[in-house]
Write a protein that binds this ligand. Structure first.
Ligand SMILES: NC(=O)c1ccc[n+]([C@@H]2O[C@H](COP(=O)([O-])OP(=O)(O)OC[C@H]3O[C@@H](n4cnc5c(N)ncnc54)[C@H](OP(=O)(O)O)[C@@H]3O)[C@@H](O)[C@H]2O)c1
Length: 327
């Protein structure tokens, strides 16, 4: 029987207010895209979840299609919640999403009211919950009027099925429209979820300023570029790494020679700073003040602890920022 550590809020990950809302999120959140599905090591997944909570990680990010097969991450998380965290629901922020393909036919993909409501109901059943804390539109759907998608999100809040809503991967102009409509509906957008890492800086120029101007928080994902921004691929592709697995989303072809040269240069800077490359990659994202939290994925407790330790040194000299930018 798991009992959370009484020290879980003492000197652990720390919290930031999410945009202009009253909700605090841990600086590191745990994502369940990989490592929590039926194809994964579920005993290790459960240990990671318990470990994360013990370290003050209160936010767990899911989506309808996480895990192989789709839905299995929500189902496994729901079982773990029921078993270990039933008494701690009010200490947790659980998010889920819909937007990418989930089931066949015309109603299992996109941004229609029909899909989003059906998907949320299915997610709640898998998670064994009455409500989620954050529900996201997982992507912008150009074939659905944005008023329809945002109207569905607002009604989820009004019906108590989601406490807050967010959007993910929307282009900046559509994000601004979404913020306006959600505000008009009386259910302001809490958060924008976007890819952000040393290798993917697109959000810096438009998405972050738009979120900030609208009081919306920002949570980054794949800040380790699915593990590429760690030391694991510096000398080949290790067995059991995400790039080696047939069901992972990272493909061997993405580990190019040119990339490894850059990673080695970044690794040298990380060593100078007394950090692992993964730690430096996470710490670096916080040089943008608007970053509320980063969603990390991990396949072991050792990785989770390595990443938490990134928070011990978030300071970068201008020289370091310049060198990293050049690479
Ligand atoms: N909104 C969206 O569209 C969207 C898209 C993608 C992700 N997300 C969210 O973001 C979360 C994180 O995404 P991600 O899994 O791509 O994140 P990531 O943190 O970039 O990559 C996670 C992987 O990196 C490796 N890793 C982690 N820590 C490490 C360390 N300290 N040293 C060495 N390797 C380490 C592990 O790979 P190995 O398995 O090889 O050990 C781990 O599975 C997802 O779970 C999901 O919640 C959202």
């Amino acid at each position: 029987m798991y009992t959370p550590s009484p020290e879980r809020y003492t000197d652990t990950v720390g919290y930031n207010f999410c945009g202009k809302s009253g909700l605090k999120l841990p600086r590191l959140s745990l994502g369940l895209w990989h490592n929590f599905g039926d194809v994964d090591n579920i005993e290790e997944a459960e240990r990671m979840l318990n470990y994360a909570f013990d370290k003050g990680i209160t936010h767990f990010d899911l989506a309808n299609n996480y895990g192989q097969p789709f839905g299995s991450a929500e189902r496994n998380f729901g079982k773990m919640l029921n078993k270990n965290f039933a008494a701690y629901r009010d200490e947790m922020i659980i998010s889920t999403k819909a937007g990418h393909i989930m089931w066949p036919g015309p109603y299992g993909d996109g941004g229609s009211r029909k899909y989003l409501f059906a998907s949320l109901e299915q997610s709640l059943k898998r998670l064994q919950l009455d409500y989620v804390d954050i529900f996201y539109s997982h992507r912008y759907d150009e074939n659905t009027p944005i008023e329809e998608t945002m109207g569905a999100l607002s009604d989820m809040v009004k019906q108590g099925k989601a406490l807050y809503v967010g959007i993910s991967k929307y282009p900046e102009d559509k994000a601004r429209e979404a913020y306006r409509i959600l505000k008009e509906n009386g259910t302001p957008c809490l958060i924008f979820q976007g890819r952000y890492s040393l290798l993917s800086r697109e959000i810096e120029t438009e998405v972050l300023p738009a979120a900030s101007e609208n009081g919306v928080g920002f949570i980054g994902f794949s800040s380790l570029a699915q593990g590429m921004l760690s030391d694991k691929y510096l000398n080949g592709i290790p067995e059991n790494s995400r790039a080696a697995l047939s069901h992972g989303f990272l493909k061997k072809e993405q580990i190019t020679e040119e990339l490894v040269i850059r990673l080695k240069k970044l690794n040298a800077i990380a060593i100078e700073r007394g950090q692992t490359l993964a730690q430096m990659a996470l710490a670096w994202c916080f040089h943008q003040q608007q970053v509320t939290s980063l969603i990390i994925g991990t396949s072991s407790i050792a990785q989770l602890q390595d990443n938490i330790d990134a928070l011990k040194n978030l300071h970068f000299t201008n020289e370091e920022l310049w060198q990293i930018g050049e690479i």
